[in-house]
Write a protein that binds this ligand. Structure first.
Ligand SMILES: [Zn+2]
Ligand SMILES: [Zn+2]
Length: 330
């Protein structure tokens, strides 16, 4: 399905793309645009598809699927395995479910799919010569393990009193607001570590593993080198500094993991009878997978725009970034 062809000739390389140029969240823009910002915040694309689903899933995980915090005082294998098993289950459910829906049964065909290229098969660069098997391996063996390790450290610190626990009654406003702060903090943190990951020696030995995925699927999102996982999950250091509850840490980690799974789907939306009902994809990051040296952050805080590495999807942006020796095609 081709669309928007009339708006920009850059469509040549894409099966589908959103209206160009893409703009990013109108939050940290000057002069401030409060009405646009409010509309964006309460949209299906942000509140309905990224913020509320992860507040909900982390709440379910904390209330029903989490070992009693009192047990976490002593580092015993039992409660740690419980957290690992739960996280692995969530991963398989979300990434596996989206993969089966979009790539095994092709329930949506190529509607709202960015890149028509299929996930690689019989390619010696991937574990098992299969991009999907390779991506599952890195996502589960390294991704889920280090996601769980980060969570275990925090649960132990909260249980043993090394970190104070913010209660809802202490400050309901801050308790709620922190869920909103996380995506914007993560946007800045990701930009910074991602710039480091594109420094040549680091790129070659670490980040290239993620960038073998040019056509991307749900399992590609968190398919990273273990050192990249450590850097990526270090976003949760925020909770060492600001008063938080264990629920915030669980939410933050789910946002990091499942947000990446969701945004690497390769599709912009889930469509029901041709109508977009749930936002998935992230053309902003899809452009990074094609041109590599642009769009290092996320479009919540527009650091790429401020520092000259923003690709808005247009062919003019491709020319500009290539002229500066920044862009290369994947
Ligand atoms: Zn990526
Ligand atoms: Zn990158």
């Amino acid at each position: 399905m081709k669309s928007m062809a009339a708006r920009d000739d850059n469509v040549a390389g894409w099966n589908w793309h959103p209206p160009l140029p893409i703009e990013g969240a109108p939050i940290f823009v000057f002069p401030l645009q409060p009405l646009r910002a409010a509309r964006w915040f309460f949209s299906v694309g942000f509140l309905g598809s990224f913020l509320l689903p992860y507040v909900g899933s982390s709440l379910v995980a904390w209330v029903f699927l989490h070992p009693d915090l009192a047990r976490c005082v002593t580092p015993e294998i039992g409660w740690m395995v419980e957290i690992f098993a739960r996280n692995l289950g969530i991963m398989v459910l979300v990434a596996g479910g989206l993969h089966v829906y979009f790539h095994t049964y092709r329930r949506q065909g190529s509607a709202h799919r960015f890149d028509a290229r299929e996930l690689a098969r019989d390619d010696p660069r991937f574990v098992g010569r299969s991009q999907v098997i390779d991506n599952i391996f890195w996502s589960c063996a390294s991704g889920v393990t280090l996601w769980t390790a980060s969570e275990i450290l925090f649960m132990w610190a909260y249980a043993s009193g090394h970190l104070p626990i913010l209660a809802w009654d202490d400050s309901p406003v801050w308790f709620g607001l922190l869920f909103v702060v996380v995506p914007f903090w993560q946007s800045v943190h990701f930009y910074l570590i991602h710039r480091l990951l594109h420094w040549k020696p680091v790129y070659r030995s670490i980040h290239a593993l993620h960038h073998r995925n040019v056509a991307i699927g749900p399992w590609s999102g968190i398919s990273m080198h273990p050192i990249e996982h450590v850097l990526y999950f270090s976003s949760v250091v925020l909770h060492l500094v600001v008063p938080s509850h264990p629920l915030h840490v669980i939410f933050h980690l789910q946002f990091l993991v499942l947000g990446a799974v969701q945004s690497h789907c390769g599709y912009q939306d889930i469509l029901v009878r041709g109508r977009a009902v749930f936002a998935l994809g992230d053309f902003f990051h899809q452009l990074h997978h094609r041109y590599f040296t642009c769009n290092y952050g996320t479009d919540y805080v527009q650091l790429d725009r401020w520092f000259g590495s923003f690709h808005d999807g247009t062919s003019e942006a491709t020319r500009r970034l290539t002229r500066h020796g920044r862009g290369r095609s994947g």
